[in-house]
Design a binder for this molecule. Sequence first.
Ligand code: I3S
Length: 128
Amino acid sequence: CPSSPKPPASPSEKCGLLNVTKITEHGKKVRKNWTSSWTVLQGSTLLFAKGQGGGTSWFGGAQSKPEFTVDLRGGSVEWASKDKSSKKHVVEVKTRQGTELLIQSDNDGVVSDWYRALQDTISTHAWE
Ligand code: I3S
Protein backbone atom coordinates (compact mmCIF):
# COMPACT_ATOMS: atom_id res chain seq x y z
CA CYS A 1 0.00 0.00 0.00
CA PRO A 2 1.54 3.31 -1.11
CA SER A 3 1.18 5.37 2.05
CA SER A 4 2.19 2.55 4.33
CA PRO A 5 5.80 2.63 5.56
CA LYS A 6 6.31 -1.11 5.37
CA PRO A 7 5.09 -3.79 3.02
CA PRO A 8 1.74 -5.36 3.89
CA ALA A 9 2.07 -7.57 6.94
CA SER A 10 -0.03 -10.47 5.76
CA PRO A 11 -1.58 -11.81 2.56
CA SER A 12 -4.90 -10.43 3.74
CA GLU A 13 -3.68 -6.84 3.41
CA LYS A 14 -3.38 -5.97 -0.21
CA CYS A 15 -4.25 -3.05 -2.42
CA GLY A 16 -4.06 -1.95 -6.00
CA LEU A 17 -5.88 -0.53 -8.97
CA LEU A 18 -8.34 -2.90 -10.64
CA ASN A 19 -11.19 -2.71 -13.08
CA VAL A 20 -14.34 -3.64 -11.21
CA THR A 21 -18.01 -4.11 -11.92
CA LYS A 22 -20.92 -5.44 -9.95
CA ILE A 23 -23.02 -7.96 -11.85
CA THR A 24 -25.47 -9.01 -9.15
CA GLU A 25 -26.79 -7.25 -6.07
CA HIS A 26 -28.88 -9.05 -3.42
CA GLY A 27 -29.23 -11.92 -5.88
CA LYS A 28 -30.55 -9.67 -8.67
CA LYS A 29 -28.68 -9.06 -11.90
CA VAL A 30 -27.56 -5.46 -12.34
CA ARG A 31 -26.15 -3.65 -15.37
CA LYS A 32 -22.40 -3.84 -15.71
CA ASN A 33 -20.50 -0.65 -15.09
CA TRP A 34 -16.74 -1.25 -15.33
CA THR A 35 -14.81 1.32 -13.32
CA SER A 36 -11.21 1.66 -12.37
CA SER A 37 -11.19 1.28 -8.60
CA TRP A 38 -8.58 1.48 -5.94
CA THR A 39 -9.12 -1.84 -4.23
CA VAL A 40 -8.09 -2.80 -0.71
CA LEU A 41 -8.28 -6.19 0.94
CA GLN A 42 -8.32 -5.65 4.69
CA GLY A 43 -9.01 -8.65 6.89
CA SER A 44 -12.11 -10.27 5.44
CA THR A 45 -13.34 -7.04 3.83
CA LEU A 46 -12.81 -5.91 0.28
CA LEU A 47 -13.08 -2.13 -0.20
CA PHE A 48 -13.33 -0.15 -3.39
CA ALA A 49 -12.76 3.53 -4.07
CA LYS A 50 -12.88 5.31 -7.40
CA GLY A 51 -9.46 5.48 -9.05
CA GLN A 52 -7.74 8.77 -8.14
CA GLY A 53 -5.64 9.27 -11.28
CA GLY A 54 -2.82 6.90 -10.52
CA GLY A 55 -4.45 5.33 -7.54
CA THR A 56 -1.89 6.38 -4.97
CA SER A 57 -4.29 7.99 -2.53
CA TRP A 58 -5.36 6.30 0.62
CA PHE A 59 -8.75 5.98 2.27
CA GLY A 60 -9.20 8.83 4.72
CA GLY A 61 -8.51 11.62 2.24
CA ALA A 62 -11.45 13.89 1.43
CA GLN A 63 -12.14 12.28 -1.94
CA SER A 64 -11.04 8.78 -1.21
CA LYS A 65 -13.68 7.26 1.01
CA PRO A 66 -14.62 3.72 0.10
CA GLU A 67 -17.48 3.66 -2.37
CA PHE A 68 -18.36 0.13 -1.73
CA THR A 69 -17.33 -2.71 0.56
CA VAL A 70 -18.02 -6.42 0.55
CA ASP A 71 -17.72 -9.00 3.30
CA LEU A 72 -15.85 -12.01 1.95
CA ARG A 73 -16.74 -14.39 4.80
CA GLY A 74 -18.71 -17.28 3.39
CA GLY A 75 -18.11 -16.05 -0.14
CA SER A 76 -16.31 -17.61 -3.07
CA VAL A 77 -13.88 -16.66 -5.79
CA GLU A 78 -13.30 -18.24 -9.17
CA TRP A 79 -11.95 -17.42 -12.60
CA ALA A 80 -14.88 -16.00 -14.54
CA SER A 81 -16.18 -18.08 -17.41
CA LYS A 82 -16.11 -16.61 -20.93
CA ASP A 83 -19.82 -15.81 -20.85
CA LYS A 84 -19.34 -13.45 -17.88
CA SER A 85 -17.09 -11.08 -19.78
CA SER A 86 -15.22 -10.70 -23.04
CA LYS A 87 -12.27 -9.27 -21.12
CA LYS A 88 -9.15 -11.25 -20.25
CA HIS A 89 -8.05 -12.13 -16.72
CA VAL A 90 -11.39 -11.76 -14.98
CA VAL A 91 -12.10 -13.06 -11.49
CA GLU A 92 -15.61 -13.47 -10.15
CA VAL A 93 -16.26 -12.81 -6.47
CA LYS A 94 -19.50 -13.96 -4.87
CA THR A 95 -20.60 -12.99 -1.39
CA ARG A 96 -22.95 -14.72 0.99
CA GLN A 97 -25.18 -11.65 0.75
CA GLY A 98 -25.82 -12.28 -2.94
CA THR A 99 -23.45 -9.75 -4.47
CA GLU A 100 -21.38 -10.81 -7.46
CA LEU A 101 -18.47 -8.76 -8.70
CA LEU A 102 -16.01 -9.06 -11.50
CA ILE A 103 -12.48 -7.79 -11.02
CA GLN A 104 -10.07 -7.49 -13.91
CA SER A 105 -6.71 -6.17 -14.98
CA ASP A 106 -4.92 -6.45 -18.30
CA ASN A 107 -1.94 -7.66 -16.30
CA ASP A 108 -2.50 -11.38 -15.67
CA GLY A 109 0.02 -11.48 -12.81
CA VAL A 110 -1.87 -8.76 -10.97
CA VAL A 111 -5.13 -10.67 -11.27
CA SER A 112 -3.51 -13.99 -10.27
CA ASP A 113 -2.16 -12.34 -7.11
CA TRP A 114 -5.63 -11.05 -6.25
CA TYR A 115 -7.16 -14.43 -6.96
CA ARG A 116 -4.75 -16.08 -4.50
CA ALA A 117 -5.17 -13.38 -1.88
CA LEU A 118 -8.96 -13.57 -2.07
CA GLN A 119 -8.92 -17.36 -1.84
CA ASP A 120 -6.59 -17.20 1.17
CA THR A 121 -8.89 -14.70 2.84
CA ILE A 122 -11.99 -16.78 2.23
CA SER A 123 -10.39 -19.95 3.59
CA THR A 124 -8.82 -18.13 6.56
CA HIS A 125 -12.19 -16.69 7.59
CA ALA A 126 -14.24 -19.76 6.70
CA TRP A 127 -15.29 -20.51 10.26
CA GLU A 128 -16.32 -17.04 11.38
O1 I3S B 1 -22.08 -8.79 -20.28
P1 I3S B 1 -22.37 -7.67 -21.24
O2 I3S B 1 -23.70 -7.07 -21.04
O3 I3S B 1 -22.05 -8.00 -22.65
O4 I3S B 1 -21.38 -6.53 -20.77
C1 I3S B 1 -20.93 -5.46 -21.52
C2 I3S B 1 -21.84 -4.27 -21.32
O5 I3S B 1 -22.07 -4.04 -19.96
C3 I3S B 1 -21.23 -3.02 -21.93
O6 I3S B 1 -21.98 -1.88 -21.56
P2 I3S B 1 -23.43 -1.48 -22.07
O7 I3S B 1 -23.98 -2.58 -22.90
O8 I3S B 1 -24.17 -1.32 -20.77
O9 I3S B 1 -23.31 -0.19 -22.78
C4 I3S B 1 -19.83 -2.75 -21.41
O10 I3S B 1 -19.28 -1.61 -22.02
C5 I3S B 1 -18.93 -3.94 -21.67
O11 I3S B 1 -17.65 -3.67 -21.15
C6 I3S B 1 -19.51 -5.19 -21.06
O12 I3S B 1 -18.85 -6.35 -21.41
P3 I3S B 1 -17.45 -6.95 -21.00
O13 I3S B 1 -17.36 -8.16 -21.90
O14 I3S B 1 -16.43 -5.90 -21.30
O15 I3S B 1 -17.45 -7.36 -19.56
